[in-house]
Design a protein around this ligand. Structure first.
Ligand SMILES: [Zn+2]
Length: 317
């Protein structure tokens, strides 16, 4: 009798175990199915999430992507892409992006963070926005060339100027690269992206023409800026920038004297400063040479409108 009871107990135990395993797997199967359904509906109903590093890229992506994209920008307004560290909440957001548009020109934010961003989402398409752009050496190299007779920065590496977007010519290539990426992600809407891209490229070509005309009498002139972000712009329109900042730092007193002498020689009447940087040394130089400070922001959103504003500032400066 006791033996029968034991067998019965074992049989019941086996039945319970098998049935709980079956229930577990059928739930797991449902879970997988639901998840797949959710993903499918995300793709068909909602926008393509595109992440990028700096604000000027926002207009580029939105103009090509239209109402099919949602853009996330990593470096927020007023922050400095040479030093900015993303928040944990931003890293969560970027993990859901289908595409990341790198500036691709060696901007510090990307050098530090791009591997981490890639590791968050291995399925994300990474686009290099600088593809096709010819880099120019950073102004830091040029000043060091004069000092050391060699084309090396103090670190021994030739660094290129990362601020590629300030040239509307470069902007056209960046827009082309974004278009290529969107077509890869969403080939069904290729025609839509193509029309948007062509319209925006027209706008950028017009901008470039207008700047060429408006700054034609400034050819050969020098502009004094705090942060050396205008290299590509100056190259396009025949100007030269003198930067107050040296390798990301305020200048030494000796360097300040140098800049003051250069500015007097070139009859500089304005210093162009960006909201991301301290204006203390610019103010000192301004009062020494009798110049005014003019704020311009190479990182402001609304690319075309902002560039027009900047050109007006250069014209009147
Ligand atoms: Zn910069």
């Amino acid at each position: 009798m006791e033996k029968d009871f034991k067998i019965l107990f074992i049989v019941v135990l086996i039945i319970l175990t098998v049935s709980s395993v079956l229930i577990y797997f059928s739930n797991y199967h449902n879970f997988l199915n639901n998840n797949n359904n959710n993903n499918a509906s995300n793709v068909s109903n909602s926008k393509i999430v595109v992440a990028a590093s700096v604000l000027p890229q926002k207009e580029f992506i939105e103009k090509v992507g239209g109402d099919k994209v949602l853009v996330i920008i990593m470096v927020p307004p007023g922050a400095d892409p040479h030093t900015y560290e993303p928040k944990a909440s931003q890293m969560e957001q970027v993990a859901n992006a289908q595409m990341y548009v790198q500036v691709g020109s060696g901007i510090d934010f990307e050098i530090t963070w791009i591997d981490k961003i890639k590791s968050l989402n291995r399925n994300m398409l990474i686009i290099n926005d600088s593809k096709g752009i010819t880099f120019i050496p950073s102004i830091e190299n040029i000043s060091n060339t004069e000092q050391n007779g060699e084309n090396f920065s103090s670190t021994g590496i030739i660094e290129s100027d990362p601020h590629v977007w300030v040239s509307p010519k470069n902007a056209q290539l960046m827009v082309e690269n974004i278009y290529q990426g969107l077509v890869k992600i969403d080939p069904q809407n290729k025609e839509y992206y193509l029309i948007n891209k062509e319209n925006y490229l027209k706008e950028l070509r017009q901008l470039d023409k207008n700047i060429t005309n408006e700054l034609s009498n400034q050819k050969g002139s020098k502009i004094l800026v705090y942060h050396p972000s205008w290299g590509y712009f100056c190259q396009d329109y025949g100007m030269t920038q003198i930067a107050i900042e040296k390798e990301g730092k305020d200048p030494t007193p000796k360097e300040m004297v140098n800049i003051i002498n250069l500015s007097k020689k070139d009859n500089i009447t304005a210093i162009f400063v960006s909201p991301q940087y301290n204006t203390r040394s610019s103010e000192v130089i301004a009062s020494e040479i009798g110049a005014k400070l003019i704020f311009i922001d190479e990182l402001a959103p609304g690319y075309v409108a902002n560039m027009r504003k900047i050109v007006k500032a250069f014209e009147n400066g």
